[in-house]
Design a protein around this ligand. Structure first.
Ligand code: ADP
Ligand code: MG
Ligand code: ZN
Length: 588
């Protein structure tokens, strides 16, 4: 295997090897299948799970790279139940361990944790259990710090090893070993001691995000020799990805029309931004005779369970949910996931939309992309270090008109995507070339000068104010200095987004005790616009994609500089009224 490449890791063993390990005629296969159904209550394996389990049961060292939510944990939890002794699980965060322990408890699997907050009695009981032939627990979760610092733990591990009770070592989030990964944790560097002391115990490292160079590094740090790497491709070929613009305030009607039309009698999820949105949109859909219920973090646990149950059994068709609706959803026949508001990152979007089509039958993932939503989310993620960058990537995904949607997702999984493989399963590939390239230099100069002028007068402008001023609807005092545009609202919004994504504008946050405001300020590249040779082009959608309000565009003036999107001019939207409204912590 070549090292140092930044490409996706390739399986280090052949297709036949993999096929062989996909078989179910190993000595443990019956038991494994039995526990899958009786304990985990799952009907079948997802891709690579069976192979991973068989390899690990055969005693091989293994790296498993699979997108989040695809079911990596099962690949060590299930073998743990089918092996003598216990499995040692290393996880980076106590909260991650607690999630897994809670889940294991709910399905009656004996699992324990040793961490800084364990009581003396608990620790004593657990350390004794490690060398008890009756194995009172099948999984022991510890932090890497514990391995590094507790000689007592190491001595018990050694004893268990000698007694043949240390069945397996699982290192969750294994990329944390490597400084080249995105989440390096120094204590992970010391985990090599495990394989050096206990060479006969098979190790499995799990991660959603590791390039082959990071995996090579992990291999060295963990002292495993020639592990087998299994990589699940990120691509979900049965999912159709589409982005629609919110070009009027009635886009919820568009969503209702879809649910009553194309998705009649089929189950789906509508993801919304806030708890309030969840309640409101559910009411709107019910008004249109759609069986919809909200789901969010502030609801009573019993109500949440009920909504989930009714949805699973098709008593209701749609759950209108915040991101709180996610954990433990394994309904297979979800035919659509509609985003009423964009997600805060592509990773989040991939995960949320990925709840569609788990039965491998075709399903649709549609995002409704609205200008003002960008700033609502932007202020929400203002505290996160990489929050703006991640949001910008999501916005770029929506704004994109010429690249396969999958290619933009692939970047996040370190994969190289060949657009031909999409098979018209995204709107861009299906409607190819439905855009025009515009020279927007003059427009950019005009709109940037609005912000520049305002700032020279010590005035801050929200994105909405910028739109309105540019379209000639601002306060009279500005009008003399503004070149009013004849572009449509959609075009105005698209151009402002483009300028934000490309550094001509940037975010200017302002905090009040109750809310965070978003203003536009000049970006690092805005000065370039003074330079007469500097030009900006952008690709803009030719058709207006919101289907119900727009007649088909049959012709357009292909003029580079004055290309215009034809179709109905969007109604002046009142829903744009409040800009950076109060951002409450009600988005789950
Ligand atoms: P990861 O660690 O890869 O992010 P998890 O192990 O936490 O993912 O699993 C995510 C979800 O997938 C869990 O709710 C789990 O129950 C579910 N899951 C795992 N394997 C299967 C399967 N074979 N069929 C259905 N659901 C599964
Ligand atoms: Mg996991
Ligand atoms: Zn495509």
């Amino acid at each position: 295997l070549p090292s140092g490449s930044s490409k996706a890791p390739k399986p280090s063993f052949s297709k036949q090897d993999l096929q062989h390990h996909e078989e179910s005629d190993f000595s443990w296969s019956k038991e494994v299948q039995g526990e899958l159904m009786s304990v985990f209550k799952l009907s079948k394996f997802r891709p690579l799970q069976r192979a991973a389990i068989n390899l690990s049961m055969s005693g091989k060292d293994l790296f498993l790279v699979m997108p989040t939510g695809r079911g990596k944990s099962l690949c060590f939890q299930l073998p743990a139940l089918c092996s003598k002794g216990f499995t040692l699980v290393i996880a980076p965060l106590v909260s991650l361990m607690e999630d897994q322990l809670m889940y294991l408890k709910s399905i009656d699997v004996a699992a324990v944790t040793l961490n800084a907050s364990s009581t003396k009695e608990d620790s004593k009981r657990i350390l004794a259990g490690m060398i008890d032939k009756n194995s009172p627990f099948k999984l022991l979760y510890v932090t890497p710090e514990k391995i590094a610092k507790s000689k007592l733990l190491m001595s018990k591990l050694e004893k268990a090893y000698n007694m043949g009770l240390l069945a397996r070592i699982a290192v969750d989030e294994v990329h944390c070993c490597s400084q080249w990964g995105h989440d390096f944790r120094p204590d992970y560097k010391l985990l090599g001691i495990l394989k050096r002391q206990f060479p006969k115990v098979p190790l499995v490292g799990l991660t959603a995000t590791a390039t082959s160079s990071v995996l090579k590094d992990c291999e060295k740090i963990l002292c495993v020799q020639n592990p087998i790497t299994l990589t699940a491709p990120f691509n979900r070929p049965n999912l159709y990805y589409e982005v629609r613009f919110k070009d009027n305030e009635n886009f919820t009607d568009d969503i209702a029309a879809l649910i009553k039309g194309k998705y009649k009698n089929q189950s789906g999820i509508v993801y919304v931004f806030s708890q309030k949105d969840a309640e409101n949109v559910a009411v709107d859909l019910r008004k249109q005779d759609i069986l919809a219920q909200p789901y969010h973090a502030s609801m009573q646990p019993s109500d949440k369970t009920l909504v989930h149950k009714h949805w699973a059994s098709k008593k209701i068709q749609v759950v209108v949910a915040t991101v709180a609706f996610g954990m433990g959803i394994d309904k297979a026949d979800v035919r659509f996931v509609i985003h009423h508001t964009i997600s805060k990152s592509i990773e989040n979007y991939y995960q949320e939309s990925g709840r569609a089509g788990r039965d491998d039958s075709p399903a649709d993932c549609i995002v409704f992309f609205g200008f003002m939503d960008i700033f609502r989310i932007s202020t929400m993620v203002v505290m996160e270090n990489t929050g703006q960058q991640k949001l910008q990537n999501m916005v770029a995904y929506c704004q994109n008109v010429d690249r396969c949607r999958r290619s933009l997702m692939a970047i996040h999984f370190d994969e190289v995507w060949n657009d031909d493989e999409c098979d018209q399963m995204c709107d861009v590939c299906r409607h190819g070339n439905d855009y025009v390239t515009m020279d927007i230099t003059k427009h950019a100069q005009d709109v940037v000068s609005i912000v520049e002028h305002a700032s020279s007068m010590d005035e801050k402008l929200t994105p909405l104010k910028v739109c309105e001023a540019w379209m000639g609807k601002g306060p009279a005092k500005h009008r003399k200095t503004i070149t009013v545009t004849s572009l449509t609202r959609m075009e105005v919004e698209s151009i402002i987004i483009h300028l934000l994504l490309h550094g001509y504008f940037s975010e200017d946050f302002s905090f009040t005790p109750y809310t965070t405001h978003f203003y536009l300020k000049l970006g690092r590249k805005s000065a370039l616009l003074k330079n007469s040779s500097h030009s900006i082009t952008m690709k803009m959608r030719r058709r207006l994609p919101s289907f119900s309000t727009v007649k088909k565009v049959s012709e357009y003036d292909g003029e580079k500089t004055s290309a215009k999107v034809k179709g109905k001019r969007p109604a002046e939207s009142d829903h744009h009224k409040s800009v950076a409204k109060k951002v409450k912590k009600d988005t789950r």
